[in-house]
Design a protein around this ligand. Structure first.
Ligand code: F6R
Length: 357
């Protein structure tokens, strides 16, 4: 029930800190460490390569999962759009593990890949929010998101849960493999939950940004580098889905290879700056678009922020920035949709789970 909330989407965004705390609890051992089911851990340790299969927002979470497994656990990962994978199967490694990321557990495009992979006899793991869903029942293993029912068509808390659960799985695998990680993920997730809460508590700032940048915009760009690029794809998808503003997420450095031609006087460009190693590069990209008339909105993490940044978000572990940086983008999309009088919870042409291929 949405209770006093005007929309499920707003309620579900508000639940995000709680969702992260629930995930910490759900994946905590009696000794207080993060843990996952032993059979799943073995499947992850056994694999020489992970193949993540997903659609839409879940695909965007998968792109971040790749970074987690590669950077924390040293396991190579490929991320594939499920609807493409069926007829364009890459060459497989010797010991692949297939990971299906799906909020609903019912997405037909992802299921058709699961069916095919099972025929080939490879091990499978579904990461889903819905226990007992089709992809959960049909895969060898399941990791649950613990996000609670997600009703709004635009996925918000499930994305944050997917990113958090992928972090837990990668971290536990890395620890079991003896990788020396210098942080305590449990603590870092708790910090991220608090960071999200801070953003949620200052929604009015995001409402102002939405009005300022998007009330009359025809299109918008989201740029970032590295992990911020993955989040920019999700920010653009959220805006498209619920406000119908044409939006694209881009790798900061890629804009100048063509797309910068679309920048006009006043075109909104949202730039994420959370990664110290590339912060100067992305700021350079902001200058490039600003010089061509764009109206840039820099969303930076504290510590890599500068004077003039429109929004500064609380600092978190560099790998966990997507958990926090996606939240202002979700809220900006929400308020942009409200300003444009769109049906936030049930956008046109979309269904909550896509059960046709
Ligand atoms: C975006 C959205 C869709 C879904 C996609 C996959 O807000 O809701 O892009 O993410 O249809 O759905 P699941 O995760 O249920 O497989």
């Amino acid at each position: 029930e949405k209770g006093t909330y005007p929309h499920y989407m707003l309620k579900e965004m508000d639940e995000q800190p709680t969702v992260i705390r629930k995930i910490i609890q759900a994946y905590e051992s009696e000794a207080g460490d993060l843990t996952i089911d032993a059979a799943i851990l073995h499947a992850l340790q056994d694999a020489d390569r992970l193949y993540i299969i997903a659609a839409g927002t879940s695909y965007h979470a998968g792109l971040i999962g790749k970074q987690y497994f590669e950077k924390m656990a040293g396991i190579p990962v490929e991320v594939h759009i499920s609807s493409e994978f069926g007829y364009n199967m890459p060459l497989l490694s010797e010991k692949p593990l297939f990971i299906f990321i799906t909020q609903s557990g019912e997405t037909a495009d992802s299921r058709q890949v699961l069916v095919k992979i099972k025929e080939l006899g490879y091990p499978t793991l579904t990461i889903t929010n819905v226990p007992g869903s089709t992809l959960s029942r049909e895969a060898d293993h399941t990791l649950l998101l613990h996000a609670g029912p997600e009703i709004a068509v635009a996925s918000t808390k499930a994305y944050v849960a997917q990113v958090a659960v992928l972090a837990v799985a990668a971290y536990v695998t890395a620890k079991a493999n003896g990788q020396g990680l210098e942080f305590d993920l449990k603590q870092e997730l708790a910090i991220a939950a608090n960071g999200i809460q801070t953003i949620i508590d200052s929604k009015d700032v995001l409402e102002d940004i939405a009005e300022d940048y998007l009330k009359i915009a025809r299109n918008a760009f989201f740029i970032g580098r590295n992990i911020d690029f993955c989040v920019s794809l999700e920010g653009a998808l959220k805006l498209k889905e619920i406000s119908y503003i044409q939006a694209e997420g881009f790798a900061g450095g890629e804009l100048k290879h063509g797309t910068i031609a679309l920048i006009e006087e006043g075109t909104p460009v949202f730039a994420l700056v959370t990664q110290e190693a590339v912060s100067l590069n992305i700021r350079g990209n902001v200058k490039e678009v600003a010089a061509r008339g764009a109206y840039p909105c820099i969303i930076a993490m504290a510590g890599v922020d500068e004077d003039g940044d429109r929004l500064v978000i609380p600092p978190v572990n560099e790998l966990l920035t997507p958990l926090v940086s996606v939240v202002p983008l979700q809220l900006i999309s929400y308020y942009a949709a409200l300003h444009r009088r769109c049906d936030v919870d049930k956008p046109r042409n979309l269904a909550k789970s896509v059960t046709v291929e």
